[in-house]
Design a binder for this molecule. Structure first.
Ligand code: CS2
Length: 472
């Protein structure tokens, strides 16, 4: 083991914290935190809502860490020194509320994953039966992200302080509106006057975030140590590409984001649709079909011509026709750029990692495109096949009959829906109101197409189906 991160690299003073970030995972440390560091003048207090691992690794390093760019031609490490502190919420929720309610906190940003908002994915409404929400309604020391937002905003109101801006950085559709909705609903259940105050004074700008950040592996730590000459216990790995589009609607001060390449816009929706449907939609499609076909990573799947052709046809024939391009964006060029990003052999982004939490991801990534296309009379066989592959994946058995480690908040419920008869399996899945929108639940043609896709998947296997679906 070599020396730790050199002192001179991580003791840069930051003038103020200003930002509290809930959900200090690899994605935020490789994306938002890097932009904030470059903008200058702001620091970040990170909060882990679950486990102490990141805090424990970063503390001896003075909260500094290395963000390693994985380019097709080599690796570029950069030391990020923007974190001022890391708190672990379950250890001391009051400390988290205190820093969120501090006068010099102006922004609370979040990457808590789709399921962290405790909402119903098909509607965006708060799930009042969620155990953490039930807990947070009864206890002033919260567990959930919406609970922390609402209790901290209550403390600010009581102290005569303005609210902070809530900056959601998760891959949800209209993410600002969703967080405003869940926080507002929870606040109203706790104190209607608080809900009115948040509605009148709060700000929940929508954002589109993009950077591919595969999970860091022990081999990454060793490789970085050999190359950089110091040991970092918690580096993050990322692709060269990055994009951040933010609705310019803050209720207080913010970093000079526009100076570091963030697109500050009036309406994020077209960017969000483009990214969620073109990137995340095909990521999930490649994850389920690729996993079943034996591809470990997205780059492996893209190296298989059958899959590369399939993903191109998804963009060209099924997803782009259902999108309105954001101002100045060429969607065909965006698709080509995505294909190159996926093929980057330096990024080992596991299909298994992307396959996680499908019940929370499918609505905004795939089902919206399917519903809109069917309503407009356009065929979407490739995306329908991807949904069938998700059903097969969450059954918990792969094509060889081996168990799959399915990670999803609904995992047991989903596995129990599998039947020998594909029509029955499909009928069971389509009853899931929290996943499928009414337009698809009531669409007999969709049920029939999905049944045909699932039957073919069981009969012929994923790779053959992907080959048949690709008309590229
Ligand atoms: C991926 C995303 O894990 C997943 O579900 O689709 O994390 C994806 O890599 C990012 O959204 C890229 O910006």
């Amino acid at each position: 083991m070599g020396a730790g991160l050199p002192d001179r690299l991580f003791r840069e003073p930051t003038t103020q914290a200003g930002i509290v970030h809930l959900g200090l995972g690899a994605f935020f440390r490789a994306h938002g935190a890097v932009y904030v560091a470059e903008a200058g003048g702001w620091g970040i207090t990170g909060v882990s809502l679950q486990s102490p691992g990141t805090r424990d690794s970063l503390k001896p390093q003075g909260w500094a860490y290395t963000a390693v760019e994985l380019g097709p031609k080599g690796e570029k490490p950069q030391v990020v020194t923007v974190l001022r502190d890391v708190l672990v919420a379950p250890e001391d929720p009051q400390a988290v509320l205190d820093v969120m309610a501090a006068p010099d906190t102006h922004i609370v940003s979040l990457t808590v994953t789709e399921k962290g908002y405790c909402h119903e994915p098909s509607t965006g409404r708060l799930n009042r039966d969620h155990p953490d929400i039930v807990h947070d309604l009864a206890n002033p020391l919260p567990k959930s992200a919406p609970g922390f937002l609402v209790r901290a905003l209550a403390a600010r109101r009581a102290a005569g302080l303005p609210p902070f801006t809530v900056l959601c950085c998760d891959n949800l559709p209209e993410n600002g509106r969703v967080v405003r909705g869940v926080a507002g609903e929870l606040a109203r259940l706790i104190d209607p006057a608080l809900a009115d105050w948040i509605e009148a004074h709060g700000a929940f700008p929508a954002t589109m975030v993009d950077r591919i950040v595969p999970a860091t592996t022990p081999a990454d730590l060793d490789r970085l140590e050999a190359a950089a000459g110091y040991r970092d216990e918690a580096p993050v790995m990322h692709e060269p590409f990055r994009q951040w589009v933010i609705e310019d609607a803050f209720c207080g001060p913010r970093p000079a984001f526009e100076a570091v390449g963030v697109q500050m816009v009036a309406d994020v929706t077209p960017y969000e649709h483009m990214k969620l449907r073109m990137l995340n939609g095909t990521h999930s499609s490649l994850a389920y079909l690729g996993y079943l076909a034996g591809h470990q990573t997205i780059a492996d799947a893209m190296a298989d011509p059958v899959f590369a052709g399939f993903v191109r046809s998804l963009w060209r024939d099924e997803i782009i026709p259902a999108l309105t391009p954001p101002p100045g964006e060429d969607l065909a060029a965006y698709a080509s750029a995505l294909a190159a990003r996926y093929a980057n052999p330096a990024i080992r982004h596991r299909t298994w990692q992307i396959a996680m939490d499908g019940s929370q991801k499918l609505p905004q990534r795939i089902l919206g495109t399917i519903a809109e296309s069917r309503a407009a009379g356009r065929a979407v066989p490739g995306l329908t096949l991807a949904v069938a592959a998700w059903m097969r994946y969450v059954s918990g058995r792969d094509e060889q009959g081996q168990p799959i480690e399915v990670k999803d908040p609904l995992a047991p419920q989903l596995a129990a829906l599998w039947r020998d008869d594909p029509a029955q399996t499909v009928a069971g899945f389509l009853h899931l109101a929290q996943v499928f929108p009414p337009a698809l639940r009531d669409d007999a043609g969709f049920a029939a197409d999905l049944t045909a896709a699932l039957s073919a998947l069981v009969r012929d296997g994923a790779r053959a189906c992907v080959g048949n679906a690709a008309h590229a």
